[in-house]
Design a protein. Structure first.
Length: 92
């Protein structure tokens, strides 16, 4: 990851510490409550990705972090590519 992101070990540690400080645990109940809506969104795209969309629908967020092109085919949840996030974090 360091090579791909062109980061020093110190930059990598700082960025990932910042990211992990923002991670929350979400209950199965909250995710399950959004599964039907997520299925409707992902049904014709990739049903394996349905739980990720359900999670994103269940909590307030700024999108999901993924390089999976299937997510780009839906329009409900913003998708952040790794390279975009790394560039944003470098600007901080």
């Amino acid at each position: 990851m360091l090579e791909k992101a062109k980061l020093t070990e110190e930059e990598f540690t700082t960025i990932f510490s910042l990211l992990f400080s923002k991670i929350s645990v979400v209950s199965d109940v909250a995710i399950e409550s959004k599964m039907e809506e997520a299925k409707q969104i992902m049904d014709k795209i990739d049903t394996d990705d349905t739980p990720f969309i359900a999670l994103a629908l269940a909590v307030e967020n700024d999108g999901i972090w993924s390089d999976d092109t299937h997510f780009e085919q839906q329009t409900r949840i913003k998708v952040w590519k790794t390279v975009v996030l790394l560039n944003l974090l470098k600007e901080m």
